[in-house]
Each structure stands twice: as C-alpha cells, then as structure tokens.
Design a protein around this ligand. Sequence first.
Ligand SMILES: [Zn+2]
Ligand SMILES: [Zn+2]
Length: 137
Amino acid sequence: MHSQLHQGSCLCESVRYEVTGHLGPLVYCHCHCKRCRKANGSAFIAVAPVPKTHFKITHGETCLNTYRSEAGVCRTFCNRCGSPIMAYRESDPDTLRLRVGTLDTPLPTHVSAHIFVASKAEWDDIHDTAPQYAERP
Ligand SMILES: [Zn+2]
Ligand SMILES: [Zn+2]
C-alpha cells in the first residue's frame, strides 16, 4: 500500500493543511463549470475528492470562511488572501473537494477527466487526452 502525505497552503500561508491516509497519488479532474470558473477566476479548477477524515487544517483555521453557494455547495477559502481551499456539498459533507492548486507537495499524476465541458468557457481549449464529460460522468 502506497502512503503519501500531501501538504498545502493558501497564497498568504495563513492556512496550512495536510492530507493523510491510505492514499496513493490524488486523483483529480478539471471542472469547467461556470460556478467553478467564477469562484476561481480561471478557465477551470483542478479538484480531488478527499475523505474528510483524511484532511486536517494544521494552521490558520480561523482564517477560513465558507461561502454557501448554489444548491448547498459550500466553498471554503482564506479570508485574508482569498485562496479557494476546498468545497463540499451539504448533502455529502464527508467528501471534501480539494483545490489541488494549493498543494505544496508534488502531485505525480495527470488530470483524470474533464467535467462540465458543455459549459466551459469558449476561449478554453483542452489539449490533453483525458476523457471529457458534458457534465458529471
Ligand atoms: Zn491566505
Ligand atoms: Zn465546477
């Protein structure tokens, strides 16, 4: 069993976290939906599902705010620098959707899939061979 510790932080480094557990490399996808684009100001987000029990804020918990957006999706971000850290659904609070762009440790994998491609920005071109889904697979 491969075990790996991932560590990450927000832009201002007030918030730091660890992902532990029986993980191999995190599997992540790119979500191109409009809500994620708005939340991140970019063409897509890179997001990995992480069990809540494997995620720990090690520093700066008081710097986290959560914005409850559409349909019970809670987006948690640093209230000093605005870095999005993770999101979760109120209906599934035990699965966190980690924003892997905030990792400081290497992630030796490639994107596994593109989701919500049907609503991607018209200027967003996908250049890899990972499977594409109109919405969720
Ligand atoms: Zn910050
Ligand atoms: Zn999305």
